[in-house]
Design a protein around this ligand. Structure first.
Ligand SMILES: NC(=O)c1ccc[n+]([C@@H]2O[C@H](COP(=O)([O-])OP(=O)(O)OC[C@H]3O[C@@H](n4cnc5c(N)ncnc54)[C@H](OP(=O)(O)O)[C@@H]3O)[C@@H](O)[C@H]2O)c1
Length: 234
């Protein structure tokens, strides 16, 4: 599989792309020249969101909107940006639309808010993390990568470079590499090789801490990993 949509390969489908996290990633990748499909449970909402992103990204941006399963079928890379309470049900529903060989990048953060608790508290997941739950639910041959949990959607939807690292975890080194390349297309972002998918449980929980810091200090917190050799960021 080629690394990204440059050079004629297929677009990135953002499943649940009508929310702040999906829209922010779509905007940044559209500006970087990637072809983006916004996925939604509602085709019209997907199309109107895609049109709004195009206005911000510029007329040359390649952004379209489709119902989630059609978006899955049209892409080799799926970016999942739905709340934890919708993740399992949606993945079960989309299973038949996922071809072996595709990559699913999961940004789902399991927060207690999903069960009526606080957004600043993580939720325990039987499999260890939301990403590991996703890996159990996708068809055989689909690679799951955990990434983008610690990026603020508010900052992604702006114009300034971000000041944040993206820790990428996966059991598939090629899928992880491709995801790190996508992360590095967002201005100000460095991608860090975070090792195996099981490490996603730690990365997901950091987001609960960041949300708590944002509430306490009224900001948009992110993380930087320092002290590693340059190879860790490629
Ligand atoms: N917001 C952030 O700053 C941020 C940062 C990092 C990671 N995250 C994580 O990224 C994910 C998305 O965040 P968000 O703030 O964009 O979330 P969101 O606005 O609550 O949801 C995103 C989209 O998911 C779809 N959706 C909602 N409930 C669903 C359900 N039960 N089943 C299927 N689809 C559903 C909706 O799209 P349609 O109604 O159009 O289908 C919605 O627009 C979350 O897991 C969050 O923890 C968020």
């Amino acid at each position: 599989m080629s690394s990204t949509s440059e050079g004629g390969s297929r677009p990135i489908a953002i499943i649940g792309g009508t929310g702040p996290a999906g829209m922010g990633l779509a905007l940044r990748w559209a500006r970087a020249g990637e072809a983006i499909i916004i996925g939604s449970r509602d085709e019209q909402r997907a199309q109107s969101t895609a049109a709004a992103i195009k206005v911000k990204a510029g007329n040359l941006a390649n952004v379209s909107g489709m119902e989630n399963s059609a978006a899955c079928e049209a892409a080799d890379i799926l970016m999942l940006t739905v709340p934890f309470e919708g993740q399992a049900g949606l993945l079960k529903q989309l299973k038949s639309a996922m071809e072996p060989g595709i990559i699913l990048i999961d940004a789902t953060v399991p927060l207690a808010a999903s069960v009526g608790g606080r957004a600043s508290r993580p939720l325990g997941v039987w499999q260890g993390s939301a990403a590991q739950q996703a890996a159990e639910l996708v068809p055989k041959g689909v690679s799951v990568v955990a990434a983008f949990h610690n990026l603020s959607a508010d900052l992604l939807s702006g114009d300034d470079p971000l000041d944040c690292d993206v820790v990428v975890c996966s059991d598939d080194p090629d899928a992880a590499q491709l995801t790190r390349e996508l992360a590095a297309k967002i201005p100000g972002v460095r991608a860090v090789d975070g090792g195996k998918l099981e490490n996603a449980r730690i990365v997901e929980q950091i987001t609960a801490l960041l949300i708590g810091l944002n509430i306490r200090h009224k900001g948009h917190a992110g993380i930087r990993i320092t002290g590693l050799p340059a190879t860790a960021y490629r």
